[in-house]
Write a protein that binds this ligand. Structure first.
Ligand code: PGA
Length: 249
């Protein structure tokens, strides 16, 4: 039953924006109106975490888009979950396909990052998803199940995890998975959770869809029983984001 899972919409600004652009986003998000039954989080560049946290209303969460797997040390260029928290933020997106494919982050590293972020008290949005050639060779399940399997040993608290299923071929391409395609993978992931974690986790864990979500496709996607929300890239920078937040009506 999707009814027990609060609809969740995350924005992923990626490496976009500056303070002036953030002010504009804050304005349209404050204006909303945002459905109070939807949990909303925005993922912003790390140098703007504090700025964004100070500007946005408290009920909107702020996420880092990455962080490292230990609390501190000689890791030039990295930030830790403790630093994200110190900026007033509670969330982190980990294992986004751009981290996996542009920065070559392997499953094991992502899993360790998820583990440490949870231990440090953050809430985590781990991302999984298949590439186009993997889908075309009927390997979608194999790929996403392997990504899930790598995560599970490091997940100590599923109540602070929201899984983002983002087919790589749909990200930033304008090519969305159809509601049926997305629902199919979400249902299989939930079944996988039943078999490999527990029925309780399968029932309560939110699985959100990402990949070219827009005001024109969000309502149909939101109707699917196993789609518990979205992770939105490009459209989260525009007032369109409000429409997507309110997709469940
Ligand atoms: P997109 O990005 O909505 O621009 O396709 C989604 C994401 O990468 O999270």
């Amino acid at each position: 039953m999707s009814g027990s899972r609060k609809f969740f919409v995350g924005g992923n600004w990626k490496m976009n924006g500056d303070k002036a652009a953030i002010d504009g986003i804050v304005d349209f998000m404050k204006k909303g109106p945002l459905n109070p039954n939807t949990e909303v989080v925005v993922g912003c560049p790390q140098c703007y975490l504090s700025y964004t946290r100070e500007k946005l209303p408290a009920e909107i969460g702020v996420a880092a888009q990455n962080c490292y797997k230990v609390a501190k040390g000689a890791f030039t260029g990295e930030i830790s979950p403790a630093m994200v928290k110190d900026c007033g933020c509670e969330w982190v997106i980990l294992g986004h396909s751009e981290r996996r494919n542009v920065f070559n982050e392997p499953d094991q590293l992502i899993s360790e990052k998820v583990g440490h972020a949870l231990e440090a008290g953050l809430k985590v949005i781990p991302c999984i998803g298949e590439k186009l050639d993997e889908r075309e060779s009927n390997r979608t399940e194999e790929v996403v199940f392997a990504q899930m399997k790598a995560l599970v040993p490091n997940i100590s608290d599923w109540s602070r995890v929201v899984i983002a299923y983002e087919p790589v071929w749909a990200i930033g391409t304008g090519k969305t998975a159809s509601p049926e395609q997305a629902q199919d993978v979400h249902a299989k992931l939930r079944q996988w959770l039943t078999e490999n974690v527990s029925a309780e986790v399968a029932e309560s864990c939110r699985i959100i869809y990402g990949g070219s979500v827009s005001p024109s496709n969000c309502a149909e996607l939101a109707k699917m029983g196993d789609i518990d929300g979205f992770l939105v890239g490009g459209a989260s920078l525009k007032p369109d984001f409000v429409t997507i937040i309110n997709a469940r009506g």
